[in-house]
Design a protein around this ligand. Structure first.
Ligand code: ATP
Ligand code: MG
Length: 496
């Protein structure tokens, strides 16, 4: 997997997010456990301190005569050697106390009593001199409220201590400290951390595997598209991406890809057909030129014969040049749509001019051209040269495919915001099955009639009509005649 791949990035995103959630969740759990454990130990410490304070007062009572009553009481209470002023009374107190001490688990606890100056006056037997002076640093409490500290003594003794003020009406203020070991808490928390540390890498590993499979599944269509794109060449354009089982988000991409190949396939077929037509069209005159030239060279012709050969060759060359001109024109029209200049053209005047010029050509075949224009002015937005070419092509066909003494009728009609121009002739007509093909390049249905032409005229006409957002229709019956109808949008009909 490469670092700059979507696969890698998605995997990192998935595993990273999961890892963060997991670590965050564990941290919250750990913090909650930490809080609970310490809150619990603090509750116990408060209970212990309250009970010790109460008993301290009880134990102090028998020593009231002495100024050092609190010290004596505390010593007695904590089992440190002291003189007995009233043995019996103390024995009773002691009996109850020992039971309480047992119940509250005070035997192992660290109990320390400090005087007003913060100096240790009495400690339980498990507190040595060093620890007692260490504890003196934690004597402060605010507003007579108990305070809690976590302390570590000599790196091995971990204690949670409560610091509670103890006030005697006539004997002054003291501070009581009780410490309990935090080893169990530390043990539980460490255990939790090590368990998490052990499990997180495994969970992450599983996450990596799952994310890899997931990403692989998500990106499968991309692979499929890539594979098909790689397989495609001009010889194999039939491959398509199977869009049936593809994910919703990938469908538009796959469909667009399929459409693109479809269009490519159409274009390739068109280019192939077109090239073979062009080759065929140019091959025929070239073969004629070659044949005639070869014969002339072999037979040592007279100047007259040479002239005839050259004339014939010139005709073929002219035919080829015409075909090439038409092809260039067609290609040009398809590519320069945007840069064509349009101007306002009045249809009737324009057609009158074209008819006048065509009449000269038609007269050769004794064909009459009749123009029937509408009374009102109809204007178009068009390119004058292209529009001329369009109607000359249609009239040229009408003359070419109509027998002598025939007739050509041109009429103009306005239909809402469209103008309809009909060019009908009394010519040979077109067979029904040929009609869809006559606009194809190089198609000449009347070829059997040996009419001259390259079969590009109607293709050019159609391109011109499309360029003007119009349509061209054909209606024809063999041996009766044809009607070519050009429909073009009228220029700003509302104003006229
Ligand atoms: N008015 C018409 N009457 C009968 N057939 C027609 C008519 N116009 C076109 N056709 C048929 O359609 C074919 C294609 O016409 P198109 O104008 O494209 O080519 P062309 O006239 O043969 O050659 P070019 O126009 O390139 O000199 C013609 O060869 C002919 O068979
Ligand atoms: Mg023509």
């Amino acid at each position: 997997m490469k670092i700059n791949s979507i696969k890698f990035k998605l995997c990192v995103l998935y595993v990273g997010t999961l890892g963060l959630i997991l670590v965050g969740y564990r941290a919250v759990l750990y913090y909650n456990l930490y809080q609970t454990l310490y809150r619990d130990s603090d509750t116990r410490l408060i209970a212990k301190a309250t009970e010790v304070r109460k008993n301290l007062r009880i134990f102090t009572a028998p020593f009231r005569e002495s100024k050092r009553a609190v010290i004596f009481g505390a010593r007695r209470m904590l089992g440190v050697e002291v003189v007995y002023p009233d043995k019996e009374q103390l024995m009773r107190i002691e009996k109850v106390w020992l039971k309480t001490r047992e119940e509250l688990g005070l035997n192992k606890d660290y109990i320390n009593l400090l005087n007003e100056d913060g100096k240790t006056i009495v400690s339980s037997p498990n507190i040595d001199k060093g620890l007692s002076s260490f504890l003196e640093a934690y004597a402060k409490t605010d507003n007579a409220q108990p305070a809690f500290y976590n302390i570590v003594y000599k790196e091995s003794l971990n204690l949670r201590i409560i610091v509670m003020p103890v006030e005697f009406a006539d004997l002054g203020k003291y501070t009581l400290q009780i410490g309990i070991s935090t080893d169990p808490i530390i043990y539980i928390l460490r255990e939790r951390i090590s368990k998490s540390a052990m499990s997180i890498p495994w969970i992450m590993l599983v996450a990596v595997i799952i994310s890899y499979l997931l990403v692989w599944r998500i990106l499968r269509p991309v692979k499929q598209v890539t594979k098909i794109a790689n397989d495609i060449s001009h010889k194999n354009l039939s491959a398509r991406v199977n869009v049936r089982n593809i994910d919703q988000e990938m469908k538009p991409l796959a469909e667009a890809f399929n459409d693109m190949i479809e269009r490519l396939e159409e274009s390739f077929t068109y280019v192939e057909d077109f090239s073979s037509y062009v080759a065929h069209e140019l091959r025929t005159p070239l073969t004629i030129i070659k044949g005639e030239t070869e014969v002339a060279l072999q037979t040592d012709p007279s100047p007259e014969e040479s002239k005839l050969v050259m004339e014939s060759n010139l005709q073929e060359v002219e035919r080829m040049l015409k075909t090439i001109d038409h092809l260039l024109l067609l290609a040009d029209m398809n590519y320069r749509k945007q840069s064509i200049n349009f101007e306002r053209i009045e249809v009737s005047e324009f057609l009158k001019d074209i008819c006048e010029k065509s009449t000269i050509l038609a007269a050769v075949k004794q064909i009459t051209i009749n123009l029937e224009v509408s009374q009102s002015k109809i204007e178009l937005m068009a390119n004058r040269n292209e529009l001329r070419r369009l109607f000359f092509n249609l009239i040229d066909n009408a003359i070419k495919f109509t027998s002598p003494s025939g007739r050509i009728d041109i009429s103009v009609k306005q239909q809402k915001n469209k103008v309809e121009i009909n060019i009908s002739d009394t010519g040979i007509g077109i067979k029904q099955e040929d009609i869809p093909k006559i606009f194809n390049k190089f198609y000449r249905a009347a070829n059997k009639e040996k009419k001259p032409g390259s079969g590009l005229g109607l293709g050019i006409a159609q391109s011109i009509v499309r360029m003007h957002q119009g349509r061209i229709l054909v209606n024809s019956e063999p041996n009766k005649g044809s009607v070519f109808t050009v429909i073009l949008p009228v220029y700003q009909l509302a104003k006229h």
